[in-house]
Ligand binder design. Structure first.
Ligand SMILES: [Zn+2]
Length: 346
């Protein structure tokens, strides 16, 4: 089978899942494979991040990011978000381009700590993009779509997130805020295949029900609540912050805001053409991506990549059809080559 060494690499990573911030072994496997392919490799970037540069001469620099960490589950870690597949595809793309690329530079960003949304910031702060700033940057993420197919949302991607705490509450107030925050949600995650089918339909409908949403999660403690709110479009965060300020006054504290992942329409459409991708017209409400931070540094797009329809990422029954790996390598290699041949978009 084509690319069977990459399937082996994926299995090796899969058998030894490492949590956000602890990707030591995974990063070492990836760095070895990249050095063997002749790339210029820097390790330990923003934690266990790996930056590898493929220099094929004059031409634009194109960035490609793959995440490496596993999902925290009861009793440890498991690759339930497909990052093992993303890593194997990233290495496969690097190896293939190292043989075929004749111009331009490709900057491979193997990112730690995506699950905690800390890795992209740490890599950027540690200078991952400084030696060769990419003109544009891409990534893919596993999705419950037919194996090997792509989807992309021009101008959408993933919602951002507000994380906040309200403290100094009586138990009764804590219960009241719990229900107030839970009540902000306009969407609920799919729990069966019918609901998943409806979600897929909604996301493909221009002007459909997911063009504006709030997804709120809340954890109640004795005298406090902590909330996580994802909203689209970004203006909805303002409404929610004012509501919470009005209700809780100075007791509400906003801990963190993660920006939305917004694909550049031009780059997303260029990808859609090359990858024959389905167009999404909204964001999945339930997940975020700190790839958002790379997109703040350079325009680009995050593609959803079909790994079969057996479970959704993070669900305990999520299973990847490994034949996706070979298809992903070939498709992304072809796409990145077309990008490096583009003098510029305009
Ligand atoms: Zn993921």
């Amino acid at each position: 089978m084509k690319h069977d060494e990459l399937i082996e690499l994926r299995r090796e990573i899969h058998r030894h899942p490492e949590l956000a911030g602890a990707e030591r072994r995974t990063a070492a496997l990836i760095a070895d494979a990249l050095r063997e392919a002749g790339l210029d490799v820097r390790t330990g970037v923003g934690g266990h991040g790996v930056v590898a540069i493929l220099d094929a001469g004059e031409g634009p620099a194109i960035g490609y990011r793959a995440d490496m960490d596993a999902v925290a589950v009861a009793g440890g870690a498991a690759h339930l978000c497909g990052h093992d597949v993303h890593s194997a595809i990233g290495v496969g793309v690097a190896r293939t381009l190292a043989r075929k690329q004749t111009s331009g530079r490709t900057v491979f960003l193997f990112q730690p700590a995506e699950e905690t949304c800390e890795g992209a910031r740490a890599m950027i702060d540690d200078g991952a993009l400084d030696p060769v700033p990419p003109r544009e940057v891409y990534a893919l993420h596993s999705a419950p779509l037919p194996t090997g197919t792509f989807a992309v949302a021009p101008e959408f991607g993933h919602p951002g997130q507000d994380i906040f705490r309200i403290e100094g509450l009586s138990p009764e107030e804590a219960r009241r805020f719990e229900s107030l925050i839970a009540g902000l949600s306009t969407v609920t995650p799919p729990t069966n295949s019918d609901e998943l089918a409806r979600l897929s339909e909604d996301i493909q409908t221009p002007g459909g029900p997911l063009t504006s949403f709030v997804y709120a999660q809340v954890l109640r403690e004795e005298d406090a609540v902590q909330g996580w709110v994802r909203a689209w479009p970004d203006s909805r965060y303002e409404e929610i912050r004012s509501l919470l300020h009005a209700q809780a006054g100075p007791r509400v504290r906003f801990i963190e805001h993660l920006p939305a992942t917004i694909n550049s329409p031009e780059h997303a459409l260029a990808g859609a053409r090359h990858l024959n991708a389905t167009l999404f017209h909204a964001a999945y409400p339930f997940n975020g991506e700190d790839f958002a931070l790379f997109l703040e540094q350079a325009p680009g797009a995050l593609f959803f990549f079909g790994v079969g329809e057996q479970g959704v990422p993070h669900a305990p029954d999520f299973v990847v059809d490994e034949s996706a790996i070979s298809l992903g390598i070939d498709a992304m290699t072809g796409f990145l080559r077309t990008r490096s041949e583009q003098p510029s978009l305009r």
